[in-house]
Design a protein around this ligand. Structure first.
Ligand SMILES: *Cc1c(COP(=O)(O)O)cnc(C)c1O
Length: 367
């Protein structure tokens, strides 16, 4: 008897559904024979990378025959200084996605529980699945993670809690005081992961201060990324801030050169580029307002968002609307896989991109 290849694989792999990314522009243009398409599907920065990052990349290019600094010294020190924590409390990841996976591989084994909100970032579910941990999935309340219910769902078997704030794909955020109270109210011996991929899009008075709790020694890993507001999604770099012992555990498992020299150089430069961050926030805020008003004028429901994307109820199957938009060169994300069959997730683009998107949506919906 020959074993089937699937029988050799981890038993947890069978339940893994491959992540469905936004379609690359090149693929859509090839498939539909069109040009000048607009991708508003992956919450990227429509203004591009920070010019400071691009300059740093140019300079770093001639050094790519060398391995990167596996310890990410310069970037970890810059982040430590930026956030008032010691560099030992900072871990770099190949996107914050890798850090989510590391947390799973580090802490979760079959029999453990991972607690997270339904209709949240799909990677939490993938991490639980691949480790064989039990999934404790708590329904949203008013399209927002239900922190009270999540707290009540925690048991002595719960090892990891994942919370995205703002949440993806709803764009909603929990008031900062509630996030902090939730984190403080969790049993102190589990690992709480606060995924703040969209932190920089929050108004200053809507930003939780989880780092205060981290500095106080709580087992919290705050995840941030350079993929979103910093415009470096293609380079794959994110970071986590947590207590030094937690970071040390993650580092044991981390591949020695998980972030490239180019990514480290670009991120270090981008971190200093307040101007680029400020203009991105301004473009996002204006675009969010415009898209919200225009979508509502087309009869769509729009979930109030504090991030750089909108969850839009088009009142009919989102997959078909997505397909029709693709034909017009507008790439959005259907949300059926997240339990929102009639919704699209639309990232905020530049002014002209938003206008293209609305014009295409109007023609598809026949408004
Ligand atoms: C985009 C996103 C991430 C991570 O992106 P990386 O590119 O891997 O850093 C993490 N969490 C949420 C909620 C996101 O939307």
């Amino acid at each position: 008897m020959t074993r089937r290849l699937e029988d050799l694989a981890s038993p947890f792999l069978g339940g893994l559904i491959p992540y469905a990314p936004g379609k690359p522009i090149e693929e859509v243009e090839r498939e539909f024979g069109i040009r000048n398409s607009v991708k508003v599907a992956s919450n990227e920065n429509p203004l591009g990378p920070s010019p400071l990052a691009v300059a740093a990349l140019r300079e770093a290019l001639t050094g790519v025959h060398r391995y990167p600094d596996g310890g990410g010294h310069a970037l970890r020190h810059a982040l430590g200084k930026h956030w008032g924590v010691s560099p030992e409390m900072v871990v770099l990841g190949n996107g914050s996605n890798e850090l989510l996976e590391l947390v799973g591989r580090c802490f979760l084994v079959p029999g453990d529980e991972a607690v997270y909100a339904a209709q949240s970032f799909v990677v939490y579910d993938m991490v639980a699945q691949m480790t064989g941990a039990a999934k404790v999935v708590i329904p949203l309340r008013d399209l927002t993670p239900d922190l009270e219910a999540m707290r009540r769902a925690v048991t002595s078997r719960s090892k990891v809690v994942f919370l995205a704030n703002p949440n993806n794909p709803t764009g909603t955020a929990v008031p900062p005081g509630a996030v902090e109270a939730f984190l403080e109210g969790l049993p102190a011996d589990l690992v709480a992961v606060l995924d703040e991929a969209y932190y920089e899009y929050l108004a200053p008075d809507r930003r939780p201060d989880a780092l205060r709790l981290v500095r106080g020694g709580r087992r919290i890993l705050v995840l941030r990324t350079f993929s979103k507001i910093y415009g470096l999604a293609g380079l794959r770099i994110g970071y986590g801030i947590g207590p030094a012992d937690l970071v040390a555990l993650l580092n044991r498992l981390r591949a020695p050169f998980n972030t490239s020299s180019l990514a480290q150089a670009a991120a270090t430069a981008a971190l200093q580029d307040d101007t680029h961050v400020a203009s991105t926030r301004a473009v996002t805020e204006a675009g969010r307002k415009y898209l919200t008003a225009q979508c509502r004028a087309l009869g769509c429901g729009v979930v109030p968002s504090e991030a750089n994307f909108l969850l839009v109820d088009v009142g009919r199957p989102g997959a078909a609307v997505t397909e029709a938009l693709l034909r017009q060169g507008v790439i959005v994300r259907p949300m059926g896989g997240y339990g929102f069959p009639n919704h699209l997730r639309i990232s905020v683009g530049t002014g002209p991109e938003n206008e293209r998107c609305i014009a295409a949506l109007r023609s598809v919906l026949g408004g």
